[in-house]
Design a binder for this molecule. Structure first.
Ligand SMILES: Cc1cc2nc3c(=O)[nH]c(=O)nc-3n(C[C@H](O)[C@H](O)[C@H](O)COP(=O)(O)OP(=O)(O)OC[C@H]3O[C@@H](n4cnc5c(N)ncnc54)[C@H](O)[C@@H]3O)c2cc1C
Length: 325
């Protein structure tokens, strides 16, 4: 059962910021993650602040520089189907279309997708883990088959649940945040927080702040992109592992680009090792194999999630081979 709370629907971003500045206030976009968190008593709240009357948070448009502006309330379906996204940012369209089910994509927003809470079953269940203010991470010696192989830092082993975040990171997106102290533009790579920095928060958002839009620069000429997700079953499910690629080619040679993993770390995980293995090279079988191997350099699997290493390597090798054809 849902707890009691006030529900407000501000008509401007300024009013929303004022409402969100109250103790325990939470932003409500599509509600597909939030309502579950309230029901499961993970997030205490006295006030829900609906963002749904904020027209400036709607829609996708091209910017004067040739990039893209995505309002935080854009649904994942709208993003997946947008013709410019599909044509120029194919990896992002694929990532949005891989989220949950059609119903979730029709209701869920891109802002909510970035700000959703982790899916660790200890966190979601009745365990007072570190992230909920307790004294230990139950995944360390527990059922850790779906947990991270990078970035746990010996503290907390969640994986970041978002499919769109790695794709946005691969396109070097920036998040526009509005709060009581004004506006700040945060590169997506700096938007998420590792457990060793602060185990009780997933993003840099401070009290009263909300995401209003995401901006993506124009992809350079010759950019090809994709998002590949592997899940345990064919129905809706979160990623066991995934990879977002955005690579810029000159002829058959990769000039530069990004390789960002999902399902692997508490934040979208940039594989600088794989990026380096690809830079300046043609995608021969040897280069593909070396980049796939490099992507898991430094991985620290727990007792039950070592399978993620060959899974990630195979997935990257497959995607690069497909891209080179
Ligand atoms: C069965 C199921 C399957 C799912 N499968 C997937 C999946 O495969 N991949 C995936 O990525 N996600 C998945 N999700 C998670 C969720 O549905 C999506 O992430 C969705 O995009 C969340 O968006 P929303 O608008 O519903 O967010 P909400 O539920 O409204 O909000 C989620 C969180 O973000 C905060 N928030 C929302 N908007 C803003 C904003 N503009 N600024 C600041 N904070 C904000 C809220 O306060 C809340 O804490 C699944 C969820 C369910 C229930």
């Amino acid at each position: 059962m849902l707890p009691n709370f006030d529900y407000v629907r501000p008509k401007s971003v300024r009013a929303a910021v004022a409402q969100l500045s109250a103790d325990g206030a939470r932003a409500h976009a599509g509600g597909t993650d939030l309502l579950g968190c309230l029901r499961e008593r993970i997030l205490p709240t006295g006030r829900l602040v609906s963002l749904n009357d904020l027209r400036e948070l709607q829609g996708v448009s091209e910017t004067a520089e040739g990039g893209l502006r995505i309002g935080a309330l854009t649904t994942l379906s709208a993003l997946a189907e947008h013709p410019v996204v599909r044509k120029r940012y194919a990896g992002l369209a694929q990532a949005a279309s891989e989220v949950g089910s059609p119903q979730l994509r029709n209701q869920g927003t891109i802002g909510g997708n970035l700000c959703q809470k982790p899916r660790c079953w200890y966190y979601r269940a009745d365990f007072t883990c570190l992230r909920k203010g307790g004294g230990s991470c139950f995944a360390v010696d527990g059922e850790n088959q779906f947990h991270c192989i990078f970035g746990g830092g010996g503290v907390c082993f969640i994986v970041h649940p978002s499919d769109t975040a790695p794709a946005l990171a691969a396109f070097n997106a920036t998040v526009r945040v509005v709060g009581p102290k004004g506006v700040r533009n945060v590169p997506l790579d700096k938007f998420f927080v590792l457990p060793e920095v602060d185990v009780q928060r997933e993003t840099v958002l401070a009290r009263g702040e909300l995401v209003t839009e995401i901006r993506i620069p124009p992809p350079g000429p010759g950019t090809r992109s994709s998002y590949r997700k592997v899940r345990a079953r064919r129905a809706w499910d979160f990623a066991l592992a995934g990879v977002a690629l955005a690579l810029r080619f000159e002829g058959r040679r990769v000039v530069d680009g990004r390789v960002v993993l999902s399902g692997a770390a508490p934040v979208p995980w940039s594989s600088t090792e794989a990026e380096q293995a690809l830079r300046g090279r043609e995608l021969t079988a040897e280069v593909v194999a070396a980049a796939a191997k490099a992507a898991t350099a430094g991985a620290e699997p727990l007792e039950k999630n070592g399978y993620k290493i060959p899974l990630i390597q195979g997935m990257i090798a497959d995607e690069l081979t497909r891209m080179s054809a």
